[in-house]
Design a protein around this ligand. Sequence first.
Ligand code: CA2
Length: 146
Amino acid sequence: MKILCLNGPNLNRLGKREPSVYGTETLTDIENSLIQFGKQHQVNISCFQSNHEGQLIDWIHEAEDNDVKGIILNPGAYTHTSYAIRDAIASITIPVIEVHISNIHKREAFRHLSVLAAVCEGQISGLGSFGYQLALETFIKRNGEL
Ligand code: CA2
């Protein structure tokens, strides 16, 4: 089973600043744990990060042509602004789980709204990097491999 993990803008800075909000792990640490967990369950995870909206949209489209069974997406601040990413998610049949390391509902008012949530399968917010693993476990379970 193939799963895609996409991270949006500034998430390449994880572990370098604001540890009280985002923890001390780097994105590479998070991706490696996910890949490791996937291996234990015969799941192949591809992880990508981009600071560019169009690149994220291209990866979402390509997933549909590559037999990907689920997308774990932390869209960064595009969560709150990107109708283009929302349309991309709506244009594919693969389920997408939106993941946030911080609890977006506890933070500034502009972070309370996700323009993507309505086209995602679900949203995990505020559970730190464990949210990525929970999203992966959901896909594994759905596909009968957990
Ligand atoms: O909590 C999350 O995972 C967010 O998606 C992170 C985004 C933020 O815009 C969303 O509202 C919630 C920001 C990622 C910025 O990452 C940083 C990493 C290190 C230092 C500063 C920012």
